[in-house]
Structure formats: C-alpha cells, structure tokens
Design a protein around this ligand. Sequence first.
Ligand code: COA
Length: 323
Amino acid sequence: MTLRSVIIGTGTALPARRVSNAELAQTVDTTDEWIVERTGIRFRHLAGPDETTSTLATDACRAALAAAGAEADDIDLIVLATATPDQTFPATATKVQAALGINVCVAFDVAAVCSGFLYALQVADSMIRVGAHRRALVIGAETFSRILDWEDRTTCVLFGDGAGAIVLEGQESDEATGRGILATRLHADGRHNELLYVDGGPSTTGTVGKLRMKGREVFRHAVVNLAEVMQETLAVVGLTSADVDWVVPHQANARILDATARKLGLAAERVVVTVDQHANTSAASVPLALDTAVRDGRIKQGDLLVLEAMGGGFTWGAAVVRF
Ligand code: COA
C-alpha cells in the first residue's frame, strides 16, 4: 500500500450569462462560421458585475464538497490556480477560504496560466503525500473576460470564464491497482514569454493589462509539447496511451485536441471535449471538463485518466490519475 491523493469529488461553476458566437458577432468583426471552423467554439460564459474569480471558485468548491460528501471544515489545504485573481493580493484562495467559513487551513494561489490546474494539482498532491495535509481543495478559476481586448478579434472570441474544483484526499492505495494520482510531470520554458502574455501588471505598467497572443506560434508548440508530456507522464508508471480510458485536456481549440490525439494514436471518442460549450477558460478548463464527464457518467471510478494542459510562459504538464 502507498499513500496517494484520491479525487473524491468534483464541481464547477459557470457565469449565468452564456454568449453564442452569433451574439458576439454583433459587436466583434467575426462570424460563427470562422470561430467554429478554426476553434470548435460555439459558446462561452462571461462573468457579470457580481461574478468574480473567487465567487465562481467558491461555488465550484461547494459543488465538489457536496459530491465528495465532505464538509468545508474537513479541508486543511486550498490551492487555487488563476491568472485573473480578484485582487493582486490577498490570494484568491484565502477569499474562497473565508467564503467557505474554513478558519484553520493553508490557502494560496498558483500562477501558471492555462497549466495552472496541473501545477496546483502537483503541489497539493505533494503536500498530501508528505503527510502535511489530508484533504485539499484544488481549484482552477478564471475571469479572462476582464483581461481580453474586445477590439482584438484574434483573441477575444477564444476565451470564457468559469471555475472547476476537486477534493483530494490522502488514502492508502494499492500500489498496482489503487486509485489516486499516479504521476505528474510539469515543464516551463520562459523563452516563449512573448508569444502569450498580458501587457500590464503591478510591477510594470501599474495597470491590469490585456491578453496578447501569437496564436499560430502557440498552436505549433502546443501539439508537440502536449503529446510529449502525456507520453512522458504515462511512462513514469509504465503505461502507454493504449491504457488510457479518458484524456481530459485543456480546452483551447478543438484542432489542438484532434492533432494531439492523432499524434498519440488515441481515438477521438476517448477525449473529453467541452471547448464548444465553454471556450478556453484557462486554469478552469481541465476541472470543468473533468466534472462534465464525471457527471454525465462517461468517467467512472477506476478509469485511467490523463489530464494535460499548456499555457503562457510557456508552461505545460500532465497527470495520470486512477479515478
Ligand atoms: N473572425 C474572423 N476572422 C478572423 C478572426 C475572427 N475572430 N481572427 C482572425 N481572423 C482572420 C485573420 O485576420 C486572418 O485574416 P487574413 O488572412 O486576411 O490576414 C485569418 O483569419 C487567419 O488568421 P490566423 O491567425 O492565421 O488564423 P489561424 O488559422 O492561425 O487561427 C487561432 C487562429 C487563434 C484560432 C489559432 O492560431 C489557434 O487556435 N492558436 C492557438 C491558440 C491557443 O490555443 N491559445 C491558448 C493556449 S493556452
């Protein structure tokens, strides 16, 4: 037996306002046809004035706790991945902690943009496996609509807002067949900062700034990096893509999902796709996709999952999980 972090509950929250490509085309110089053909996106949810990263995250946590049959007081660690915190500080994780009424707990944010959830997962998993914590909320939550340049049609049609959360619990698990996070691998390459970034920040312009992206370049790197890191992470535990029941990818673009699956020889039916409904929700996209497939009955206990993501930095990573 070995101590592993087991996912015991998942939950999500989306802003009330759901915007179609056609609605977007009323104010942005674009068309439904262009967006669907190039990205697979049909809808995105956009936060209203009362919806923030922390309110969405808190709602997602409540849903995940309910699914786990756990109480907020059972949680002793909150790791929240975001690139769109409510404020520069305090950490949005502490706002979630306060909203959930957890008085004794470790809570902090992780910034790795679209890979943030994978980074947060490895951090929480490590803290659980060294015995420092027993139950964690791991959250990906974003309000990218607040950092989009709505005059730039090459980026503003691609992103949406939302939050996803999981409850991780340390459990003694059978080495060969047991549930839990089996392996994680993370990477970063700061030479590519200028391909995907925000042109502001507290220490540079003193403003929040807007998202800027060289989409084509990002696309090229994404397919190569994601296929490699999935294979690398599976190899850590002696598995291959043939063993995988479900890939739960970062939802940036349907064409990236297709190309990555092809590179790994994975059937398209094994890939959870939500980009059509949510667009790219950055750190929220992997837990949003995971919860969607858990709730609709596709992902079942015991299934072998590969979670993967890539984002600004670049940062990228993958996790192999026996659900
Ligand atoms: N509506 C209509 N036309 C648009 C448009 C829009 N929203 N955005 C761009 N175009 C136009 C461009 O102006 C260009 O026109 P031109 O040929 O007359 O100059 C044309 O469409 C092609 O633009 P291009 O940027 O070359 O398209 P593309 O095929 O590379 O697709 C992306 C653009 C952004 C969809 C694609 O590059 C992509 O998905 N990249 C990865 C982005 C990503 O996943 N980022 C997040 C990673 S975490």
